[in-house]
Design a protein around this ligand. Structure first.
Ligand SMILES: Cc1cc2nc3c(=O)[nH]c(=O)nc-3n(C[C@H](O)[C@H](O)[C@H](O)COP(=O)(O)OP(=O)(O)OC[C@H]3O[C@@H](n4cnc5c(N)ncnc54)[C@H](O)[C@@H]3O)c2cc1C
Length: 416
């Protein structure tokens, strides 16, 4: 890096969907970009998620309503929510409770809604840039319930929610019939959203992003960055192998691991690992439906080109804690109870959503460390917000914007 470092060069740390989207947007503005990430297997949350472009989720999960519903959503009572290492996340919980105050929530809602309004147009543009417009499937998604009571409660919840620029209506009889025919699930009713979308396949997305990055002159490295330090005219990144990379500008996009990298520069990023699990079957007879949320089970089922994926759970844990096999067993049970038409072996995955206490991302430039930029903390919406995050970051880094469009996402909102 030191030999190529120029005023237009950027070192991007983390090659997840956020790192890639930022890198491509920077390249479009003439920057030389080096991106480093040790993950060669594609095991990051960016590729293990549910593939849903969730533009309907305009309400930050740091909200009075989420807080009220938390006891009923606990894993112990059949819900998705578990706290594996409660003591280690106590300071995060304290900040979360503060972020749930009505006025803070309301400020966050306005900021998140504004980002989500730009998310789908930005994805259309990114898919065009990748020369793969069909990667983005604008089919909407469905939410369904298994009993009249759950349907009444669920529908009332959505009727009272801010769903951004999306719309929903009662699931048509034909669609309900298709859902019932595809499984033996006792589906009572559902709603169909428009204005949401799906990524056709996470593996294809990863390959397309990487191919574009390399074709546009990017350099891909596989170093894990252990720490950063400021050094006169720039920043120095130390790799796990003891090498140093020098860059005038560094963009930290390392998901939940961004916390340690920022800490090495004395900056506190109160990220927590909010982990989820999935099972995927290559063999199945699930029809070509949009993503389906089985809301009573807090599970989403997405048909990708590479197989049928069932995903769920919100597990607050230390990023390095081993997975809880009970979560996979419960997912398997849901799939069996719903009679989803899967066959043969399945793969298992778990990974971390990078989540800040107010459920808004952190994006911007550091006021304290010259040359340091960051984009992380996209919680449940990293795939959804990747394309617009890349655009906004690149606009800020190239001086096209004065920074006001990212003001709500400044990490300094946590007080350093
Ligand atoms: C079960 C589940 C389902 C989800 N479903 C959806 C969905 O449907 N829609 C949606 O929008 N979002 C969804 N999400 C959330 C989404 O996946 C995340 O918000 C998103 O992946 C965050 O992307 P990222 O690039 O910031 O982080 P990551 O995907 O975690 O990528 C970070 C990268 O940085 C690398 N890295 C870490 N440390 C270092 C280091 N020191 N040096 C170099 N590289 C490093 C890692 O190897 C990794 O590749 C889901 C998440 C989960 C867990």
């Amino acid at each position: 890096m030191s030999r190529t470092s120029t005023a237009s060069s950027v070192l991007v740390i983390g090659a997840g969907v956020i790192g890639h989207a930022c890198a491509l947007a920077l390249q479009r503005r003439g920057c030389d970009v080096v991106m480093t990430d040790p993950d060669q297997a594609g095991s990051a949350a960016s590729w293990g998620n549910a593939g849903h472009i969730a533009t309907e989720q305009a309400q930050p999960l740091a909200s009075p309503a989420t807080l009220r519903s938390a006891p009923g959503r606990l894993y112990a009572f059949g819900g998705p929510l578990s706290l594996r290492d409660p003591l280690s996340i106590a300071p995060w919980v304290w900040r979360y409770l503060r972020a749930c105050r009505p006025h803070t929530y309301e400020r966050g809602r306005v900021a998140l809604r504004g980002l989500l309004a730009q998310a789908l147009p930005a994805w259309r543009h990114l898919a065009q840039t990748l020369e793969q417009p069909q990667l983005l499937r604008e089919t909407g998604h469905w939410v369904c319930w298994e009993s009249a009571g759950a349907a009444a409660r669920g529908r009332a919840g959505w009727d009272g929610s801010d769903t951004g620029d999306t719309r929903f209506q009662t699931l048509a009889d034909g669609d309900l019939g298709a859902l019932r025919a595809a499984s033996s699930a006792p589906i009572h009713s559902g709603i169909a959203f428009s204005g949401t979308a799906q990524i056709a396949d996470p593996r294809r997305l990863a390959a397309a992003l990487q191919a574009r990055f390399l074709a546009d002159g990017g350099e891909r490295r596989y170093d894990r960055i252990e720490r950063l330090r400021s050094d006169g005219g720039g920043l120095v990144a130390s790799t796990a192998e003891g090498e140093t990379l020098r860059a005038q500008r560094v963009l930290v996009c390392a998901g939940v691991r961004s916390r340690a990298l920022m800490a090495s520069l004395g900056i506190h990023a109160p990220l927590v690992a909010e982990r989820g699990y999935h099972l995927q079957w290559a063999e199945h007879r699930w029809p070509d439906l949009p993503p389906v949320v089985f809301e009573d089970r807090s599970m989403i089922v997405t048909r990708f080109e590479g197989g049928l994926r069932a995903a769920g759970f919100v597990e607050y844990a230390h990023a390095d804690s081993p997975p809880d096999p009970g979560k996979w067993r419960r997912l398997r049970l849901h799939v069996a109870e719903l009679g989803l038409p899967v066959r043969g072996a399945h793969s298992r995955w778990f990974g971390a959503r990078p989540t800040l206490p107010d459920y808004l991302p952190a994006m911007g430039r550091s006021a304290r460390v010259p040359g340091l930029h960051y984009a992380f903390g996209h919680q449940h919406l990293g795939l959804t917000l990747a394309a617009i995050s890349g655009e906004l970051l690149a606009r800020s880094m190239s001086g096209e914007s004065d920074g006001t469009e990212l003001a709500a996402f400044d990490l300094d909102r946590f007080g350093g």
